[in-house]
Design a protein around this ligand. Structure first.
Ligand code: SAM
Length: 184
């Protein structure tokens, strides 16, 4: 189900591939949290690592959802199943086409799966993707690339999304204010 803040628009998924449990826990967690905060409905993590989802699910519980998290054994199955139901599948890589051009080709009514890598991305991912997208043709980070892509793909609407959790941050010029309870 598409949430009301994206009425008439497709669902957004993020697929994190190539996670190395020994060294990527923190950055994969940041990919998941960025996906949640910037408009995605679901994240898939390949290779499976329970510890990542424990952290992310803890944030979803405290700060709200809905946001689905899944550990997956096959990134190929996720890319193919989204494609089979008509989604646009984009892969973020510094070798892709410029962000502006890619965003102008998106159809907001279609579902969108955004694939980000870790170290080396198999060539097949480049081929399975409908389009390979570069956020500046320079190497940087999957977290930065994902954040900029989601901001542009949602035209900044991610910021309108309501989260219903136990804790809500109360924006403050100074200090750390939160309210507890199921407020929006
Ligand atoms: N060298 C690796 C390769 O050849 O696939 C990429 C390593 S990079 C640290 C990890 C991920 O960050 C990439 O797989 C890609 O998803 C993302 N990334 C890094 N720079 C990017 C850029 N300029 N545009 C889009 N995505 C980028």
């Amino acid at each position: 189900m598409v949430e009301p803040w994206r009425e008439g628009k497709g669902r957004i998924g993020v697929l994190r591939i190539g996670h190395r449990p020994g060294r990527d826990k923190r950055i994969t967690t940041h990919v998941c949290l960025t996906a949640r905060a910037l408009g995605a409905d679901v994240v898939y993590v390949h290779e499976p690592d329970e510890r990542v989802l424990e952290s992310v699910d803890g944030v979803v519980k405290r700060f709200g959802g809905p946001f689905e998290t899944h550990l997956v054994a096959s990134w190929r199955d996720i890319m193919r199943s989204w494609k089979a139901r008509g989604a646009q599948v984009v892969h973020l890589t510094m070798y892709g086409i410029p962000l502006d051009e890619a965003v102008s080709r998106l159809d907001a009514e279609r579902d969108l799966l955004v694939v980000v890598g870790a170290e080396k991305v198999p060539w097949e991912v480049y081929e399975e993707a409908e389009v390979n997208v570069s956020v500046g043709s320079q190497p940087h980070s999957e977290v930065a690339a994902l954040a900029l892509f989601l901001d542009r793909a949602t035209k900044g609407e991610w910021d309108l999304r309501p989260f219903e959790g136990e804790v809500r941050v109360v924006p403050s010029e100074k200090g750390k204010a939160v309210s507890k309870g199921n407020a929006q």
